[in-house]
Design a protein around this ligand. Structure first.
Ligand code: ATP
Ligand code: MG
Length: 367
């Protein structure tokens, strides 16, 4: 998958930008706060219709302006695509592929896959479970449109059930709908568990050899998918998972009513990482957890390739400058194949790269 060109209007600090990219390596450099991350964010937005750092689409629209446009020419599956997003304040965003309006973000799936890596991702292992769930979700959503739809539905149900549990004492009639919500949450939850379990299975095949290479053959990495304790085999089919989820919910019904919170479900899932047999989150050194995080990200990129036959576009935002020389050269050596965008400050020496294009960004424009 290759982003041949992009055009932005009123996106973040870009008034208007048109750029044509190299099919291999694109280095985007400039001082702080000039728009490097914003440019990667625009590319990533067209792959999932979401941003890793904006909670609401309106944050992407330039201050004081009502709408923003992002358009890219993408080469994927041996074809050319024109992807477009039109964002407006107070209106639903509109997405287009080759001029045809898309009904859901899921329809973008499989056209432009991206793997974004930013410095915060280096804490993937150390942080709470939510960031590891987000990592899984970002990957699976791009590969499986059905998963993306289930995730949206699950979040909607979760919010609704949370309101029921919060308000039922004041308004007991709300409890009439609780069973219905439990059932639908278990049905969609079973799908999430099934897809996550299978993705983690792939990660468990692909990540350990990368990590082993990375650590000079010294360390053994293991991954484990942790989900609702009542589900004995998360890799089993959705139909097999469902009754376990339902009975688990039933056992927690009273506790949920008393605590007035949604207690258990795949919204608590985690991906456990072990290095040499012990929990990396608890015992590993900072360097080890960074290496493991890089290995996971690189593994996801390779799984995308295995799954689609095409390399996803890799967006390395400021991450190389965070790594020592050994890790830098490992990453650069491992990403042969596929298009890469690398942002950095001026002094990185990447301008000396023999292939690719270099862009200098200043104040939301090409300098
Ligand atoms: P760094 O090297 O520090 O990471 P950067 O070049 O990646 O810097 P960006 O994160 O791309 O910088 O942000 C550039 C600027 O865009 C920031 O100064 C920010 O205030 C501005 N900005 C962010 N959102 C908007 C918006 N909606 N409208 C206008 N400007 C915005
Ligand atoms: Mg940045």
């Amino acid at each position: 998958m290759i982003v041949r060109a992009i055009a932005l209007d009123f996106f973040r600090n870009y008034l208007h930008l048109e750029a044509a990219f190299d099919p291999r390596i694109n280095v985007i450099y400039g001082e702080n706060a000039q728009g490097k991350t914003n440019l990667l964010e625009a590319v990533a937005y067209l792959s999932t219709a979401s941003s890793h750092r904006a909670r609401y689409d309106r944050e992407l629209i330039q201050f004081g302006v009502d709408s923003a446009f992002v358009k890219a020419e993408v080469f994927s599956r041996q074809r050319d695509f024109t992807l477009e997003a039109r964002l407006s304040r107070g209106q639903r965003r509109q997405l287009y592929s080759n001029g045809v309006r898309l009904k859901t973000a899921g329809e973008l799936s499989g056209v432009l896959n991206t793997v974004l890596f930013c410095p915060e991702d280096l804490y993937l292992i150390r942080e709470g479970a939510a960031v590891r769930r987000r990592f899984l979700d970002e990957c699976i959503c791009q590969l499986r449109p059905k998963y993306a739809a289930a995730l949206v539905e699950y979040r909607r149900l979760y919010e609704h059930k949370t309101r029921i549990l919060r308000d039922w004492e004041e308004k007991p009639s709300l409890l009439d709908t609780l069973d219905e919500f439990n059932l639908r949450m278990a049905q969609t939850g079973a799908m999430l568990i099934y897809y996550r379990a299978h993705f983690v299975k792939r990660l468990r095949e692909v990540t350990p050899p990368i990590h082993q290479d990375f650590s000079g053959g010294r360390e053994r990495l293991d991954l484990r998918y942790c989900t609702v304790s009542g589900v004995p085999d998360p890799e089993a089919g959705v139909k097999e998972i469902l009754p376990h989820l339902l009975s688990h919910q039933e056992r927690h019904r009273q506790a949920e009513l008393e605590s007035r919170q949604c207690l258990s479900g795949p919204h608590k899932d985690d991906l456990e990482v072990e290095i040499d047999g012990v929990s990396a989150k608890t015992f590993a050194s900072q360097g080890q957890t960074r290496t493991a995080a890089l290995s996971l990200k690189l593994a996801s990129r390779e799984i995308f390739y295995q799954d689609t036959g095409e390399w996803p576009v890799l967006l390395l935002d400021d991450v190389l400058s965070e790594l020592d020389a050994k890790r830098q050269s490992f990453v650069l050596g491992r990403i042969q194949g596929g298009q890469v965008f690398i942002t950095c400050c001026e002094d990185m020496g990447l301008k000396a790269l023999e292939q690719g294009k270099v862009f200098h960004i200043r104040g939301g424009a090409m300098a």
